[in-house]
Design a binder for this molecule. Structure first.
Ligand SMILES: *Cc1c(COP(=O)(O)O)cnc(C)c1O
Length: 349
């Protein structure tokens, strides 16, 4: 008996179709970094097949992905040395340039390579300043083997629809890049809420996996990962008895508990609060007491539950990962990427 993450192939197809509905004229760069947001590259073939490009953060991720597909791959970190450049060329990936230090190795290329210039429009994480961008364009023109494929930038606050930085960044991007043939700005939140930020390429991530980037959601995204675990034990505690480490929860009445075989060692968040919903035999029940490494305890009230039944931790219409994230002071991204290797991953329709 162990925890299982089922990856729905039809949900991947459905969510990709939502991207295409919102950005029908744009090419889709699917974000599959961090092992496809924790869903495992092996189990997302419909996404690989249905995308125009795929993007990952590191060269080792490019290597893993290249073993599965001939599709164009974009390396978000770019290259820092001649060694990196050589590998990137061997793996036939496109690279991002986000810092002037990356120019020196790149201009020495003796092979064709496609480059995405990343400009900083206000997030102040990765990206070229206006001056650096102008300088870069000049330097890269000195080597005809280098093709500038696209100019991109990233929003800091796209998940807050009315945040003033969104318009500021978009204006900055429009002014700086109006002469460019190919541009890319929109992540999931922007695809869904800011049509003016949809240029030639869109870069969806979280929405492909069926989680909404917004607090209050209206889009019909389908959860791709369903995380489940078995009921290991059932017992009744009396009024005044506590449950779990630190005795942080105490029964205020006679309470039936199911002990479920999943914990922070599997990636279930240790900071999930008392009351975090867990779906047991289609009934929403409440987490009680601290999350342990291997186990959680759930108040099952009068629900019909037997040992061996499966509880769903997230990935159901009734219990989305966003809800668990909210109860754990985190975001769906962290929960999805954090499911550990002890969990068995399987493909489902
Ligand atoms: C991860 C990433 C995205 C996708 O963001 P989501 O919020 O998951 O849609 C887009 N662009 C860049 C540069 C990223 O690193």
């Amino acid at each position: 008996m162990h925890a299982i993450a089922s990856i729905s192939q039809s949900a991947l197809v459905h969510n990709l179709s939502i991207v295409n509905n919102f950005a029908s004229k744009a090419k889709v760069v699917s974000m599959v970094k961090a092992d496809a947001y924790g869903h495992h590259l092996e189990l997302i073939q419909p996404l690989i097949d249905g995308s125009d490009l795929l993007a990952v953060s590191e060269l080792v991720e490019v290597e893993k992905l290249r073993a599965k597909t001939n599709k164009p791959i974009l390396l978000l970190s770019g290259i820092y040395s001649m060694d990196d450049l050589q590998k990137a060329i061997e793996l036939n990936c496109q690279i991002v340039v986000h810092h002037p230090t990356q120019i020196a190795p790149l201009v020495q290329t003796q092979n064709k390579i496609s480059v995405w210039l990343k400009v900083d429009t206000g997030m102040h994480r990765l990206g070229l300043s206006n001056q650096e961008y102008t300088d870069c364009l000049l330097s890269l023109q000195t080597n005809p083997l280098i093709k500038i494929e696209c100019v991109m930038s990233h929003f800091a606050c796209a998940d807050e629809i009315n945040h003033p930085m969104n318009a500021t960044q978009l204006n900055h991007f429009n002014e700086l890049t109006s002469h460019e043939k190919n541009r890319s700005m929109a992540n999931s939140a922007a695809i869904l809420s800011q049509s003016k930020s949809i240029f030639d390429f869109v870069r969806p991530g979280i929405m492909l996996y069926g989680a909404s980037p917004f607090e209050n959601d209206t889009v019909d995204l389908r959860p791709v990962m369903q995380l489940s675990a078995p009921v290991m034990s059932i017992k009744t505690v009396r009024t005044g008895e506590s449950v779990g480490y630190g005795a942080t929860w105490m029964a205020d009445q006679k309470t039936r508990l199911a002990i479920i075989g999943i914990g922070y060692g599997d990636g279930y968040p240790r900071h999930a609060k008392n009351g975090t919903p867990v779906l047991v035999n289609n009934t929403l029940c409440s987490l009680v007491g601290r999350v342990s490494m291997d186990l959680i305890c759930v108040d099952i009230g009068n629900a019909q539950v037997s040992i061996g039944d499966n509880a769903i931790l997230w990935g159901d219409k009734k219990l989305r990962v966003e809800t668990v994230a909210r109860h754990s002071n985190t975001i769906s991204y962290e929960l999805l990427t954090g499911v550990s290797k002890r969990v068995k991953f399987v493909s489902t329709v």
